[in-house]
Design a binder for this molecule. Sequence first.
Ligand SMILES: Nc1ncnc2c1ncn2[C@@H]1O[C@H](COP(=O)(O)OP(=O)(O)O)[C@@H](O)[C@H]1O
Ligand SMILES: [Mg+2]
Length: 419
Amino acid sequence: MKIKVGVFFGGNSVEHEISVITMNQAISSLDPEKYEIVPIYIAKNGVMYTGDDLLDLYSFRDMEVLLKRCYQVAVVNDGKGVKVMRCPAPWIGKRVLNTIDVAFPIVHGTNCEDGTIAGFVTLLGIPFVGPDILASSIGMDKILQKKILRQSGISVVDFVPFYSVEYIKDEEKILKEIEEKLEYPVIVKPGNLGSSVGIRKAKNKVELEEAIEFAMEFADRIIVEKAVENLKEINCSVIGNLTETEASICEEPFFSDEILSYTDKYIGDGKTKGGTIGGGKAGSAKLGGQKGGAKGGNTQFANKKIPADISKEKTEEIQKLAQEVFKVLGCSGVSRIDFLIDTKTDKVYVNEINTIPGALSYYLWEATGKSFEKELDEIIEIAIKRHRDKEKLTFSYDQNILAMQGGAKGAKGGKTGKI
Ligand SMILES: Nc1ncnc2c1ncn2[C@@H]1O[C@H](COP(=O)(O)OP(=O)(O)O)[C@@H](O)[C@H]1O
Ligand SMILES: [Mg+2]
C-alpha cells in the first residue's frame, strides 16, 4: 500500500509563492511507487483546498480559475484517521475526498514555518515531516534563536533586541543602547521574517532610525545586529533528528548589494548558472512556463557557488557547527544553516537556521551525492520514526478527575467542587 503524503503548502506568508515552487519541486521527486501525494493548498486567507490541479505549477498563473477547479476542504482527525473532507459538506456526493498517513508541510515564513503548521499537523496526530512546534518557532525567531545559540556557546554576532512599542515610547533610550553596545555598521531586521524582507544596513544614526522604522512596518519585535564586515556567506544543509545528523556540501550565495536580498535569493541576474525561479538545472520548469512543473527551478540563491570557495578545514568546521546548531535547536528533517564569515579575521558566526529551506536544499544534497528522491525518503522515514517514538511516551494521565468530583454538580462548585 502506498503511503498517502499530505503536502501542505502556501499559507499566509510573504514567502507564499516560494512555498508553491518548493512544493512543486518536491512532488516531482517523491517516488510514485511508494507515495500518493495529497496536495493541501493553504490560501493566503487560511482556507484549505485540494485537487489535482494543485500539482501543476502552471495552474497557479490564474488563481481564480485554479481555486474553482479545486475543492475547499477541512483536514480533520475523526478518531479513525486523518480525513480530507469537503467543506462546506455537499448535499450529495462524496464528503471524504481523501485520507492522509503522513503530513509534509512545505511552507516558508511567518504563520507557517514558525510553528503554526507544525501545531496544526501535531493536532492531527499523524507523523509529520520537519521540526516540531518548538524547533519551528525558535527557528523563525531571530531573537530567541540567537539567545539560545549564544547560551549554548555557539558564536553569533552581538545584537540588541527590542519591541516596537518600547521604541515608540522612548526612541532615544533604545538608540542610545544600540550605539553603546554595537559599532556601526549595523543590520536592522524584523524579529521573525524571512527572505530578507524588512532588512537594512545602517552606517550612522540617521540610517539606523530609518532602518528601524522600515523594519517596524513588518514586525513588532526588532533585532539590531553588528554587521559582519569583509563578509562571505556560507550555507550548509543538515538532514537528521536529535541523535543522527548528516551535513551537506557548503554553498556560497552571492549578493549584489549590501545584503543578500530577495532578488539575489530568488531572481538573480540571469547570468549565473544554478536555479533561479523558472531557470533551474535543466532549464525546465519555468515558473508558469511548462505543465507538470518538474524540478528545474530552484527556490534558493540565484547566484551561488557550490561547493563554496573555502578550505577543507573551514568546510569541516562549518559542517560540524551546522550539525550542532541543528541539534541545539531540536530540529528534524532537512534544515539549512547560514553562516557569516569575516574573511579578515576568519571568524565564523551562525546567522540563522531555515527549518524548511527553499527547495528543501535538494541542490546541496545532489552535490553531496544524495538524490532528491533519497532525501525525501529519508526525511519521511525520520518523521515516521519520530512518531513511533513519541507514541511510546506518556501524554495522558488516565484518571478522570472530573468523574471523581462529586458528580455533575461538582463542576459548578458543588460540595466537592474544588479541583
Ligand atoms: N550581522 C550581519 N552582518 C552582515 N550581513 C548580514 C548580517 N545579518 C544579515 N546580513 C545580510 O542580510 C541577509 C538576510 O539576513 P537574514 O538574517 O539571513 O534574514 P532572512 O531570514 O530574511 O534571510 C543575509 O543573508 C546577509 O546578506
Ligand atoms: Mg537568511
